[in-house]
Design a protein around this ligand. Structure first.
Ligand SMILES: *Cc1c(COP(=O)(O)O)cnc(C)c1O
Length: 364
């Protein structure tokens, strides 16, 4: 393992071998497999008789298909139960509970802090800068670097495009931060929504930055949220270390098969067309919302949702609910006490949102 990766791992886990599953046995071409206490018969409910055996810890065909999708080598990618599992694995492998810190930039995806709390890691927050004049939250990369160094953070979570801000971070800023924190901290870029953005993925920069990792998922643009397939992409040594911290059989066989089917050329072509529809609907919905009198601000978005500030957020939320439309209420989040997050739907869904919010009366 390269020295940089080794220095990033928790020192008490650097020589940890993990669980040795039966599927990992180097048994070659067995004819009769009696090493995993499986049933000799398929369950009668298992019509294709595909589920009797434990799955491979990292199904090779799925790993290859995902690597092809994301433009990396299979050994740079670890598949798991959504990117949520990737977040958890990074924490476990890199942060010593009760001592080490992770850094987040609020407002951001809540799972980073939840996973950190459960793991007993401290959370350092360097809030994104919100400018009143333009329409973006910005990451203060210099402040993130300073805070990571000052607190000895082992892991920095950047969300790009950001949830709930919607904006992609500049890749040059991400890479400069990784360069600065080399051998001190891993920079994890959560690209759950990057399919909806214009800019390049950080995956193409992994070879030059061993302390960079990227989280990707089939849950959003690929429409497979319930299949729970996501991955961590990074240096092969990091990926191998994360796998040693992972449950032995993390990818259920029916989910792996479905994901493989979703990555065939025809399914991918449909996904690509739908991403285009979401992008154009996003701009149409944004313009429509921005034109409504009760809307204070609609942030620009590189994702499949819009962050919207309202003069009367409760009234907007109630109106949408009365029309049967459920959106994400962000008002408990710091600095978002007038904000809702609205996913971009199909054309008729977005029309329903605009109709429900109609010209708003001035609240009495
Ligand atoms: C939805 C979301 C995820 C969750 O992805 P799963 O692969 O479904 O676990 C990860 N990160 C962000 C920022 C998200 O919004």
């Amino acid at each position: 393992m390269n020295a940089c990766i080794r220095s990033l791992l928790r020192e008490d886990l650097r020589d940890f071998a993990g669980y040795r599953s039966a599927r990992g046995d180097d048994a070659g071409e067995g004819r009769i497999w009696l090493n995993a206490n499986e049933s000799p018969w398929a369950n009668t409910a298992d019509a294709d008789a595909q589920l009797r055996r434990y799955p491979s810890p990292q199904p090779a065909a799925l790993r290859h298909a995902l690597a092809d999708l994301y433009g990396c080598e299979p050994q740079q990618l670890l598949a798991g139960r959504g990117s949520d599992e990737g977040i958890d694995l990074l924490l476990r492998a890199l942060c010593h509970p009760g001592r080490d810190a992770v850094l987040v930039t609020s407002p951001t995806f809540g799972m980073y802090a939840v996973a950190a709390r459960l793991h007993g890691a401290r959370v350092v927050d360097v809030p994104l800068l919100d400018h009143d004049d333009d329409h973006d939250f910005d990451c203060d990369f210099a402040a993130v670097g300073d805070a990571a160094e000052a607190h000895g953070a082992r892991l920095v979570f950047l969300c790009s495009p950001g949830n709930p801000t919607g904006r992609a971070l500049p890749l040059d800023g991400i890479l400069a931060l990784a360069q600065r924190l080399r051998e001190r901290a891993l920079v994890a870029v959560d690209e759950a929504y990057i399919e909806f953005a214009q800019g390049p993925s950080a995956v193409a920069s992994l070879d030059r930055h061993p302390n960079l990792a990227v989280l990707r998922t089939l849950s959003k643009a690929h429409a497979l949220a319930a299949a729970r397939i996501g991955c961590v992409i990074g240096a092969p040594g990091l990926i191998a270390a994360l796998q040693r911290c992972q449950a032995p059989y993390p990818v259920p066989e029916p989910c792996a098969r479905l994901a493989r089917a979703a990555l065939h050329a025809d399914a991918r072509a449909t996904t690509t067309r739908r991403i285009q529809v979401i992008r154009s609907e996003r701009e149409r919905l944004r313009a429509g919302l921005q034109a409504l009198p009760g809307v204070r601000r609609v942030y620009r978005s590189d994702a499949n949702f819009l962050l919207v500030r309202f003069a009367h957020a409760q009234q907007a939320f109630d109106r949408l609910l009365a029309a049967g439309i459920v959106v994400r209420d962000l008002r408990r989040a710091p600095r978002l006490d007038d904000a809702l997050r609205i996913s971009v739907g199909a054309r008729e869904d977005n029309d329903a949102v605009l109709a429900a919010l109609g010209p708003m009366e001035v609240a009495a």
